[in-house]
Structure formats: C-alpha cells, structure tokens
Design a protein around this ligand. Sequence first.
Ligand SMILES: Nc1ncnc2c1ncn2[C@@H]1O[C@H](COP(=O)(O)OP(=O)(O)OP(=O)(O)O)[C@@H](O)[C@H]1O
Ligand SMILES: [Mg+2]
Length: 241
Amino acid sequence: MIQTERVTSGIKGLDPLIEGGFPKGRSILVTGEPGTGKTIFALQFLADGLARGEKAIFVTADEGPLDVLEQAASMGWDFERYVETKELAILNAGTYLSSLPGAGRERQIDLQKAVSDLAAFVNQIGASRLVLDPAGPFVLLRDSAARIQDQTRLLIKLLRTSMNTTNLLTSYAVPRTGERSMHGIEEYMVAGAIVLEMIWHSEGGLGRSLIVEKMRCTNVKPTQLEFDIIKGEGLVIQPAS
Ligand SMILES: Nc1ncnc2c1ncn2[C@@H]1O[C@H](COP(=O)(O)OP(=O)(O)OP(=O)(O)O)[C@@H](O)[C@H]1O
Ligand SMILES: [Mg+2]
C-alpha cells in the first residue's frame, strides 16, 4: 500500500499535529495578511531542511535576496553560509519577471518556461525544498480570474511534474466571501493550506494564530493554534491550554 512520505515543517509543535509533516513532493500554501509570519514560516521550513543536510531554493518576488538573508539572520539562521556552500540558492523572481516582454499585467508570463528554468536550478543544486514567497506574481499577471485559475492549476501541476521538491507557496489572504480568484492562489488547488491570522484575545491584546485548513492524506483536526514568533526559534506553537 502507498505510504505518504512526510517532510518536516520545522515549525515547533506543528508536525505532531499533521502526522509528522507535509506530504512529500506536494505544494503547501501559507496565506495571511501582511506581517502575520508567512516569510518567517517559509524561511523556517528551509532552515529545517538545511539543518538536515537537504538543499533548498528560496524564490523571492517582493524583496531582494539580501533582504531575505537579513530576515533569516535576524531570526538566528545563518543562510549566507549555505549560499556559499551552494546548499541554498535565493532567486529573485522580480528580476526574472521584469525581463519578460510586455508591461504590468499585460506581461505574458510563459509559465512552462519559468518553471523549467526554475527546475534547472533545482536539479543543479539537488534541492528537495522550494519556497515561492509570494507565489502570486507567477500567476497574477493575466487579467481574467479564469486565466489566473488556469495559471495556478498549471503552476501547481508543473511544480509537481518537473521537480522532486516539497513546495511552500505564500500568498496574501484571500477574502472568504465575494470575488476570490483575483486576489491570490486558490486553496483547492494545493495539497495543503495553512492560514495565519492575528486574533484578539478575550482578555485583551493581540495574538498570532495558525489554522491548518487542509492537508491531503493527513488526519488533521481543525483547530486554531496560537503561536509566537521567537528570535532564534521562529514560529513556535503554544501548547494547548
Ligand atoms: N527577528 C525577529 N524576531 C522576532 N520577531 C520577528 C523577527 N523578525 C520579524 N519578526 C516578527 O514577525 C512578523 C512577521 O514577519 P513576516 O515577514 O514573516 O510576515 P509576512 O506575513 O511575510 O509579511 P508580508 O506579507 O509583509 O510579507 C513581523 O511583523 C515581526 O513582528
Ligand atoms: Mg513576507
């Protein structure tokens, strides 16, 4: 019988709740409003793999590679060392996408080519973990919602077929009502979906929360988990009280 292989998330307290980790070789989407912790989640997923001797690729779209290194360093993760040893590559999707013909939303992105260029990097370093932070720019350059859905479906499919990586995609929060598809990556197309949110405590004050909305092949109880972001550790799930 086929057993689902697992890839540890690196998030302290999360893996035991998802049968040991993400389904290997699949795409997991982390969504949330700005500042909820998506980038740190993604960095932590890679830091965990790197510490286990795996190779990794971080594709950044909003920030430059130096910003990514700085954010990682601020958490206590020395990614520069891994870049030097070629165990980690940080690629700038912004530079890549702006080199394509056209302008703004009219820009025609050849997703097939973009992913095959990416797969060349993945194979070159033998990466097993991949992050697209955020993934939106790969699919949001078309103007109609239907095309974006097609692009998203194609992106997830190409990631699955052209490389052996477990993929973490980040996206801005998708409103739960109204016009969804113009905002981000649709959750039904990925194997796993995690939502990060700020919450108000009943006793007052803000906190951070994480919901595993879906995880294919995984027995996961829908619960809102509270977490902290701690320097030197990253996201840490608080024990259930
Ligand atoms: N070195 C650090 N130590 C502790 N907390 C940090 C550290 N760096 C960042 N944080 C906290 O983590 C929060 C989330 O940061 P992160 O960049 O992961 O959010 P994000 O969801 O990716 O935001 P955006 O949508 O703007 O990209 C920051 O707003 C800050 O409160
Ligand atoms: Mg971010």
